[in-house]
Design a protein around this ligand. Sequence first.
Ligand code: ZN
Length: 195
Amino acid sequence: MNEYVMNYIIEEQLGEYYQSYVDTQKKDVFVKGINKINTIINKFLEEFDAWCGVGPEFAYWTCDSKIDYSFATPNIGTQYFMENLANIAPDIKCDPFLISLLHELGHHETGHMFEEVEDLLFRKRKESMAVKLTTASEEEARDLHFKYFNMPDEYEATMWAVNYMRNNTEKVAKLWAELQPAIQEFYKNNEVEVA
Ligand SMILES: [Zn+2]
């Protein structure tokens, strides 16, 4: 993908936030950092026939096999996600960014397990959970998060990630050894949280 297209995609994805970077003339540093991270992740994703870009949150887009990764500040949702991970796979210890990325890849790899009608049902349930979340107490919110993580498609995606990490320790270590410094450099150069 050429740089022009990549920059366009970044601009589309980050909208106003990106615009503030254009305004502060930090665009080049920003784009350079993102491009570096994209290159590392895309190289890793090649064998899976998936690709990535930065987005407002971690996500997987079935329609074009695209994974969005995010620099959003870890929130209570991330905390619950890591707690859930510790429950189902206590042997897996890693950065939330890495497991989130592999979880989205897990959606790409396990999507075939579900019928279209099941996907629809999952989406409906998730939507209703999101609505409930807006008025939920702390305890209810925690419960909703854990219910979400244990929806069949979410559970399978996480278990795919867990098993991938268990069975490909060297590959994962190599990926993280490249990715972590690139992410840290991005944070350092941009002094921001992309949320
Ligand atoms: Zn998911």
